[in-house]
Design a protein around this ligand. Structure first.
Ligand code: NAP
Length: 226
């Protein structure tokens, strides 16, 4: 059965590979990123049955307007994937620029909060739906030079696992470590060795069926794409 799937940050990397995989399997996508040109290209590539919009997840008014549009146009959601995030350029914590820290918190933590808040009421009303907040191995471990990113992903784990204790039985909130994948974000922290890891398309071959298999029974479980 076709699902309505929301994916934030679908202009590149994991988000783009996921929406391509879901569309190939006949699902309907509501997606966003800050890049209006890429969102227009996705609309012309995949058609009006999907809904791609320029949205900055760190801006609550934009998130709420987009979420209302997704629900009005495409109906109730089955799966929401909070994927959009940034990473700090490698640096010791005390060398991170104040504005970069603020942007990272706004996107990686506050953005997840706004997207959860925007979609959860309708999921709770239907008593149906899976909300996946993309975490990281660095949401469960730590490393030098990415302290602010680790901090944000530990926050995602805490927010999501607490939220899981609040939602009704038909709804799931799940923090998901995607694994290690060769994307722009990974190049930022791993440099040249990022190329040793699978491409987003290779990853999506496992991630798409894995995400589609999630249900209310997985509520609150800190999972990893396997
Ligand atoms: N790659 C890995 O190995 C890895 C490992 C662990 C966790 N993760 C997590 O997986 C997710 C995807 O990462 P990735 O590797 O695919 O990174 P990526 O290639 O850098 O893609 C990040 C996506 O997030 C979007 N984005 C960033 N800020 C946004 C904002 N304010 N509003 C809306 N969209 C925004 C970007 O789109 P625009 O720039 O067009 O807005 C882009 O589409 C992230 O949550 C990341 O932390 C990745």
């Amino acid at each position: 059965m076709s699902k309505h799937i929301v994916v934030t940050g679908c202009s590149q990397g994991l988000g783009l590979a996921l929406i391509k995989g879901f569309i190939e399997q006949g699902h309907t996508i509501s997606g966003c990123s800050r890049n209006s040109q890429r969102m227009n290209e996705l609309t012309s590539d995949y058609g009006d049955s999907h809904f791609f919009e320029k949205v900055d997840v760190s801006k609550p008014a934009q998130v709420y307007a987009w979420a209302n549009g997704c629900l009005e146009r495409q109906g109730p959601v089955d799966l929401v994937i909070n994927n959009a995030a940034i990473i700090n350029p490698n640096a010791n914590m005390w060398e991170v620029d104040d504005q970069q820290w603020s942007n990272l918190v706004d996107i990686n933590i506050k953005g997840i909060f706004y997207v959860c808040k925007a979609f959860l009421p309708s999921m709770i009303e239907q008593n149906h739906g899976v909300l996946v907040n993309i975490s990281s191995g660095w949401g469960r471990s730590t490393a030098a030079e990415v302290a602010t990113y680790c901090c944000s992903k530990w926050a995602v784990e805490g927010l999501t696992r607490s939220l899981a204790q609040e939602v009704p039985l038909g709804v799931a909130a799940i923090p998901l470590n995607p694994g290690i994948i060769h994307t722009t974000l990974l190049e930022s922290c791993f440099g040249g060795s990022a190329s040793h890891f699978p491409s987003p398309e290779q990853w999506a071959r496992d991630a798409v069926p894995f995400l589609l298999s999630l249900s209310a029974a997985d509520n609150g479980q800190p999972l990893t794409v396997s």
